[in-house]
Design a protein around this ligand. Structure first.
Ligand SMILES: Nc1ncnc2c1ncn2[C@@H]1O[C@H](COP(=O)(O)OP(=O)(O)OP(=O)(O)O)[C@@H](O)[C@H]1O
Ligand SMILES: [Mg+2]
Length: 224
């Protein structure tokens, strides 16, 4: 299949937020990402970065166009199928970590594996935690961890299901310079060592410089 050479491909996707004044948040966008690629999406506030990322993550649906993940057409799938697809193929990293406060770091990381009805490989999870420098947080709750540790836990959670793609929306928005750098290095490591495709939204040029490729977006249009 011709599209299978891309891990993630979007063709002609648009998204308009309807209201008194419609907002054309994304206009006829084509994008393609290959295996192991680390891409930064950069643009001003309101330029459509989060809209784009949510559509790529199948958390939102575009009005036009098609989305393919590992050559499979995702557009038009029913909710249940889509949820299953998302659980297995996509990891999402949020600016505010989005960890469950009542779960330990370890429990947070294995949550999506359990959600998928599988049992984790304990040694593999602990190796991942060691790689991300959070093994010492194994049995800690989020409120007992620093922001950087929480974000690295959320990165581990995104990696745990071995998804094809990891999408991160401003993953370092709440972190200081040192921790931001650490997270950027880790994402780069994930793309190189684990061959994950990583798409990261940022408005920080310094963060974007870690990426293999930078995509610029302005008023819902990719300007490259
Ligand atoms: N749920 C919504 N309803 C209506 N308009 C929205 C909605 N979400 C976003 N928008 C509008 O769509 C445009 C793009 O928003 P988006 O959140 O994608 O921007 P962004 O590039 O992520 O900005 P930021 O850097 O501030 O996070 C903006 O004009 C925004 O006001
Ligand atoms: Mg945003």
């Amino acid at each position: 299949m011709e599209t299978a050479k891309y891990v993630l491909e979007a063709r002609g996707i648009s998204r308009t937020y309807k209201g008194e004044v419609p907002v054309y948040a994304l206009k006829e966008t084509d994008l393609a990402f290959t295996e192991g690629e680390f891409v930064a999406i950069i643009g001003r506030s309101g330029s459509g970065k989060s809209t784009l990322l949510r559509i790529l993550a199948t958390l939102d649906v575009s009005d036009t166009g098609e989305l393919y993940i590992e050559g499979e057409k995702v557009s038009g799938l029913k909710d249940a199928e889509l949820a299953r697809f998302r659980r297995r193929r996509i990891g999402f990293i949020y600016q505010d970590y989005n960890l469950f406060p009542e779960y330990t770091a370890y429990e947070n990381i294995v949550f999506p594996i359990h959600l998928d009805g599988r049992t984790e490989d304990k040694a593999a999870v602990e190796k991942l935690m060691e790689d991300l420098g959070i093994l010492h947080c194994r049995d800690k709750f989020p409120h007992e961890m620093s922001g950087g540790e929480q974000q690295r836990t959320s990165i581990a959670r995104a990696l745990a299901t071995e998804p094809a793609v990891i999408l991160a929306d401003e993953p370092t928005g709440n972190l200081d310079a040192e921790n931001s750098q650490k997270v950027a290095e880790l994402l780069k490591f994930c793309s190189e060592e684990y061959r994950r495709t990583i798409v990261m939204v940022t408005h920080d040029q310094g963060m974007a410089n870690y990426a293999d490729r930078i995509i610029r977006i302005s008023d819902g249009v990719v300007t490259e």
